[in-house]
Design a protein around this ligand. Sequence first.
Ligand code: SIN
Length: 302
Amino acid sequence: MSKVDLRVNIAGVELKNPVMTASGTFGSGIEYSEYVDLNRLGAVVTKGVANIPWKGNASPRVAETYGGMLNSVGLQNPGIEEFIKKDIPFLRQYDTKIIVNIAGRTVEDYCSVVERLASEDIDLLELNISCPNVKEGGVCFGTVPSMVEHVTKEVKKFAKQPLIVKLTPNVTDIVEIAKAAEAGGADGISLINTLLGMVIDIHKRKPVLANVVGGLSGPAIKPVAVRMVHQVAKATKLPIIGMGGIMTGEDAIEFIQAGATGVAVGTANFINPRATLDVLEGIENYLNQYGEEKIGDVRGII
Ligand code: SIN
């Protein structure tokens, strides 16, 4: 097997390969590092962090579905100070890029976290305006183009690292939303976050999730995600991190052919803790099979 060039550039940051973790499915890698050599990943994308600790939603907050799962975690996190003390030093031991996912309920919340991170040794910011599980902020910002542009513009004023904006698929026109992020000064786009869903326990005659609704992820949503990556890649110049049901290297190649520069593995981590590495090896195998020398040669070819 010959060595293929897997390097990718996202908003001026070079990653050794396109494979990263999807926010909220890998923590900051502390538990997973027993199974995954984090040095092999292009980047670790952390669980969303807010300006203060958040307790998250009441349990039950995860439910299995056909081809995926629903979650309504509600962005539980220890707050930025604890995160800076513990998670960044842990990740800095590894030769991988650090992408910090930012949670908030207001524009000011987002700005304060980004301002606090300005002097920290991290590589990229991922602005989460797409979580369906918190009432304020989250998906509310991500569904209205004028709000997407506004929050992006405000956060950019404080950002010292390139800013990736993570979009929700729970909209009519993803292109309009992506263009609003671009107009606000985003340096890249992550898509997609989860699709809003609901599961009912017919024996108890009530919703399975305490929050009633939650975000659907896993292979069930992959065709929606690939379609949105393709649409956004055609309509903007921004680098895209594609995600939504990536289980194998072939899945990741689909996203890359649709136009993604990076690929994030999420729900698969819950079934197979080394899913990220399996995806990475699968990408390499595919490129070798077709005699490709560089990953860039298959990007956006659809
Ligand atoms: C959550 O913590 O509720 C999930 C995060 C997200 O969907 O952005």
